[in-house]
Structures are given as C-alpha cells and as structure tokens.
Design a binder for this molecule. Sequence first.
Ligand SMILES: Nc1ncnc2c1ncn2[C@@H]1O[C@H](COP(=O)(O)OP(=O)(O)OP(=O)(O)O)[C@@H](O)[C@H]1O
Ligand SMILES: [Mg+2]
Length: 199
Amino acid sequence: MTSAHPSLNLSDELLIAKGRHRACYQHPTNAELCIKVHLNAHDDLETIREVRYFKWLHRGHEKLAGIADYCGKVSTNLGTGYVYELVKDYDGQVSKTLEHYLKNLDDTLLQAIDISSAYREFKRALQRQYISMMNLKTYNIVFRKESETKGHFYLVDNLGSANLLPLSYFFKSIASRMLRRKFLRFESLVAERYHFSLD
Ligand SMILES: Nc1ncnc2c1ncn2[C@@H]1O[C@H](COP(=O)(O)OP(=O)(O)OP(=O)(O)O)[C@@H](O)[C@H]1O
Ligand SMILES: [Mg+2]
C-alpha cells in the first residue's frame, strides 16, 4: 500500500516498555521523544481524552512542570503514534518508574536519592498548575535522575478527566480538591504496599 505520508518504522529494538493499553517506543529519528501506539487499535479512547486535555493545557503557553508533554501525532507501521517528550536520566538512559525504585531499593537507598523531596516538589508542581488526572499509579510516574543523588518526577500517563463534563478544567477549587484527594490516596497506597512514606 502506498501513502502520501511515509510512516515511521517502530522496530522491536526501539521498544521502551509496554503498559496495559499502549507500547512506548523510542522515536526513530529524535532521541528526545517517544512514540506511543495502541496495542489494540480500537482501544484509543483514553489517549484521545488525554490529547484533548493536553491541547487545553497548551493554551496556557507555559512549559509544563512535572509532566512529559504531548507533541503531536505521527503515522507508524503500528498504526497512529502519539508523540511525547521522552524522560531521560543524566546519563542518557530512559528514566525508570517510581514502581521500579520502590520494588528494587530499600529505604536507605530511596532516601539517598531523595525520593521524598522529589515527590513533594512533584505534588506542588501539579497543584500549582491545577492538573486534572486519573488515579495516580506508581508505574505512571518516572523518576528522572539528574545526578547520583537527586532527581525529579514526571507524570507520563493518565492525564485529564474521564467526566463528560470535566468541571476540574474550569474550576480551580475543584481541581485542587481532587488533586489533594488523589495524592492522599496514592500516598496511603504506597505506604501500605511498599511500607514507604512518600511525604
Ligand atoms: N514519556 C516517557 N518517558 C519515559 N518513559 C515512558 C514515557 N511514557 C511511558 N514510559 C514508559 O512506558 C510505560 C508504558 O507507557 P504508558 O503508561 O503510557 O502505557 P499505558 O498502556 O497507557 O499504561 P497503563 O497500563 O497505565 O494504562 C510506562 O510505564 C513507562 O515505563
Ligand atoms: Mg501507564
């Protein structure tokens, strides 16, 4: 089949990770970007909702803090690809999820990389921007190591509201209250599952 727009080839070597709905690939020609494709082409409703929310956020014209930004759509050999900023560590490695750190490091090591202060800053950044998001998961936040001992968190998935009428987009008080609730629930979930206090 021929097409007016040559599509990008996402080969297995470019695969970064798979979630339940999407696979995340390194962009073949831009090392700062990743491309997400749907494992099931008909299962893209959540991405469409997320993209709509990013477009709303972009009207603010400010660089988003604590969020891997959305950069547009491309056509790929695996169907429609959604392009995002790729979060990478100071040594060029793709950043790992909070889940990875909680599963693999003990308290002393988590304290050594200052997970808690990075988490508090992440929380402040999302609150300051009145971000709407679905429930937080440890595998949807990545920790960008900026040195051996410091880093920042970035949300990579699940932005926007699933409500038909997303009041949190329009009312800052509602957004703040939802965020507070989500962070609290997330912190108690992490404390229960990993015996680690994020805040
Ligand atoms: N911008 C990014 N930078 C670095 N790694 C990323 C980025 N986006 C995603 N990843 C990695 O790819 C994984 C899967 O991506 P993503 O969470 O978008 O897929 P998903 O199928 O929507 O996830 P879920 O199972 O939560 O629905 C993430 O858990 C993370 O490890
Ligand atoms: Mg995910």
